[in-house]
Design a protein. Structure first.
Length: 274
């Protein structure tokens, strides 16, 4: 119930902010009405803008459980730099037995930051990227990567845009203390990689947008290859609030012992745009 109170407080705060605006729809972009590039142009020079999404699932009955999801995609857009910050958090707690003790069944936190230095034509840039993943049930204490390289737009049509980034980077991970390793094998692993990211956006209607984001990190050191994909449809509900239905897929080529290579997640969340 504590998570439900948090969500209600956040929702009340958003309504309060809207009530003080002279035109509550003026400052909120609507999905489908503006492309990503038009949104960036509209907010150029703003300190922060973007999306925050949240979801809550609470089950009561024979088995009680609470799942909480928080995700954000925040931008800064200046004359020469465009910065992007992402957060993806998932937490689930179950009542495991009759004595009321709680068991955490999911605890994952992912953060990333990317700065793009604009050069030459529109949408052409050099980027610097870094991320950090803490997934309690992956067998790793943490995984982090850094990369730098070149980005540009592959395709731009009336309804579709496709952007890409590519460049070399470094990989670092540490196996957690609960995982048994062969004698002499280090818990700390590091190596070189190539990072490739693609983003496809399609405007379906005036209020609905399709997004496909894929990032691949290919190890050059014989270590773990990683793929992260999110397929989503986002539709405006009211003002700056939209409903998002998404399917996420994460793949690791070398998971820890007794761990699966792939994780999937199907979700429906509310998105608040500012």
């Amino acid at each position: 119930m504590q998570y439900l109170k948090i969500i209600l407080c956040l929702f009340s705060l958003l309504l309060a902010v809207k009530s003080y605006a002279s035109d509550p729809l003026k400052d909120f972009h609507k999905y489908g009405e503006l492309s990503d590039e038009e949104i960036h142009q509209k907010h150029q020079g703003d300190l922060l803008y973007g999306d925050v999404e949240f979801g809550l699932i609470a089950n009561n009955g024979n088995k009680n459980s609470t799942a909480f999801k928080l995700k954000s995609n925040i931008y800064q857009d200046f004359t020469q730099w465009r910065n992007q910050f992402k957060l993806d958090a998932l937490y689930r707690e179950d009542d495991a037995n009759d004595n009321g003790q709680h068991e955490v069944s999911a605890s994952k936190y992912f953060v990333s930051a990317q700065g793009n230095y604009k050069v030459g034509q529109d949408n052409e840039s050099f980027f610097l990227y870094a991320d950090y993943l803490d997934d309690k049930f992956s067998g790793k204490e943490y995984t982090t990567t850094v990369a730098l390289g070149y980005g540009n737009r592959l395709f731009e049509g009336r309804k579709d845009t496709v952007d890409f980034d590519i460049g070399p980077g470094l990989y670092l991970s540490k196996t957690d203390g609960e995982t048994e390793l062969p004698i002499g094998e280090s818990r700390l692993k590091q190596g070189q990689l190539v990072r490739i990211a693609l983003q496809w956006e399609r405007n379906i209607s005036k209020r609905t947008r399709f997004n496909q984001d894929v990032s691949m990190e290919i190890s050059l050191s014989g270590l773990n290859d990683r793929l992260i994909s999110e397929t989503a449809i986002v539709s405006q509900v009211l003002g700056g609030v939209s409903l998002k239905v998404s399917y996420s897929y994460r793949y690791n080529s070398q998971p820890e012992e007794n761990k699966l290579k792939a994780d999937t997640e199907l979700g429906a969340t509310f998105v608040y745009s500012f």
